[in-house]
Design a protein around this ligand. Structure first.
Ligand code: ADP
Ligand code: ASP
Ligand code: MG
Length: 405
């Protein structure tokens, strides 16, 4: 007998027929003699609708009330799935985040899980009852509902699997695994049988939304065996695992893209010690993360152009913070949100040169201009104009030999 956490995303519970389909999948695991906890998302589109309601009522809303609203989608699906299981003769009950409880910090809208008290769940599961758990939500220190950031049900599932010491955490979604790049954009994307925690972490944090970044961090920390697979077709998925479990290692294992980027250029800033601190200090104070940075010294040596990126959702605030800084001298501030970040990821980069060069050459051959570059041990990222995103993804995918044959 194994203990399994199964997670189903929004499309997988998108209507009542799909919820019945999920119930059949859960029943199949129960019939194999396994103990099962299921984590579900809201029905597809529901969370977007709830977020939109909040924006309509108050653009700068109280984050605590936002969480009260956007967490409700999951409450509907846990009730419906518990009923669907009962209809199939499988004992089941629903659990909201606060009922378990899943304890988080108080960062409303992007809370972190701090602990899960699993005693109640374990007792119910040992009695043969399937635990149907609401993803995406928890309870904060002030006894108020919190949510874990968009896509957060993945993190609920992995955290629950760690707390329950589950043998597996199966993430069911609308694609049948993790691909070399988003299969909805590059038709020749190839499904990976296995991917390392490190590569999956980079892919997720650089834009591949198939798993929420924090869920991968948590899986890596607690060594949870995570599998990504389809809720619609019966096919083996992708296992996220340790490097030594992978025999055939690729130089580049995946390419990610993120449209959630915006670029700011400060033209002709004084080139003197302390300028970078004067620019980035106020942004940090305003909780705005800066990602890529490049500084060009001008010909006269007294001025510099400074370009950097922030999340698209932070652009307006970043511009406001910098414009209000009267002691910062520059000619112009140029914001640009028509950019995309493309990243090539692979453990093989640690020992092989030339990966970045191939990226630059491939983009040059397509006459795509690179605006910014950043690298780490296992990835190279470039910022380009967003109109070239698909062209760049396809060209790079072929150039690194990732296309399906
Ligand atoms: P769910 O609602 O099940 O959580 P998501 O929409 O959050 O599903 O994530 C699945 C989607 O992630 C896929 O439909 C796919 O378009 C996208 N995706 C992006 N990059 C990848 C990748 N490398 N491999 C697989 N899917 C990817
Ligand atoms: N329903 C939430 C969202 O749409 C959480 C999730 O689906 O993982 O972001
Ligand atoms: Mg998701």
């Amino acid at each position: 007998m194994a203990r399994i956490v199964m997670k189903f995303g929004g499309t997988s519970v998108g209507d009542c027929d799909r919820i019945k389909n999920v119930a059949r999948r859960v029943k199949a695991e129960v019939d194999r003699g396994n103990e099962v906890a299921v984590v579900v998302s809201a029905m597809s589109g529901v969370t977007n609708q709830l977020v939109d309601y909040c924006k309509q009522i108050a653009p700068l809303h109280d984050a605590r009330e936002y969480d009260v609203v956007v967490s409700t989608g999951e409450q509907v699906t846990i009730g419906l799935l518990a009923m669907a299981l009962q209809e199939l003769g499988v004992p089941a009950r629903s659990w909201t985040g606060w009922q378990i409880p899943i304890e988080t910090d108080d960062a409303h809208g992007k809370a972190r899980i701090e602990g899960i008290a699993v005693e109640g769940l374990e007792r119910a599961m040992k009695d043969g009852q399937v635990a149907v758990v609401a993803g995406f939500q928890g309870i904060g220190p002030e006894n108020r509902i919190t949510t874990l950031g968009r896509g957060g049900s993945d993190t609920s599932a992995v955290a629950l699997a760690a707390a329950l010491k589950a043998d597996r955490c199966d993430i069911y979604t609308d694609v049948d695994g993790v691909y070399t790049t988003d299969p909805r954009i590059v038709a020749k994307a190839r499904k990976l049988d296995k991917i390392t925690y490190e590569e999956m972490l980079e892919l997720a944090s650089l834009g591949a939304k198939v798993l929420q970044t924090r869920s991968v961090e948590m899986a890596m920390k607690y060594r949870v065996r995570v599998q990504v697979l389809s809720s619609f077709v019966d096919a083996p998925g992708t296992l996220v695992c340790d490097e030594d479990e992978i025999v055939e290692k690729e130089l580049v294992s995946g390419i990610a893209y993120s449209r959630d980027e915006a670029k700011i250029t400060l033209v002709k800033v004084d080139d003197r010690p302390g300028v970078a601190a004067a620019i980035f200090g106020p942004l940090t104070d305003a909780n705005i993360n800066v990602d890529m940075i490049v500084q060009n010294v001008s010909e006269d040596g007294t001025h510099t152009d400074l370009t950097f990126t922030v999340a698209k959702s932070d652009l307006d605030r970043a511009v406001k913070v910098l414009s209000e800084k009267t002691d910062l001298k520059y000619d112009r501030l140029v914001p640009d949100s028509t950019v995309v970040k493309i990243s090539v990821i692979g453990m093989g980069m640690r020992s092989h040169a030339g990966v970045a060069q191939k990226m630059f050459k491939t983009l040059a051959d397509k006459s795509i201009n690179i605006l910014l570059i950043s690298t780490s041990e296992i990835k190279v990222s470039v910022l380009i104009a967003d109109e070239y995103a698909e062209l760049a993804l396809r060209a790079l995918h072929s150039a690194y030999g990732l296309d399906t044959k």
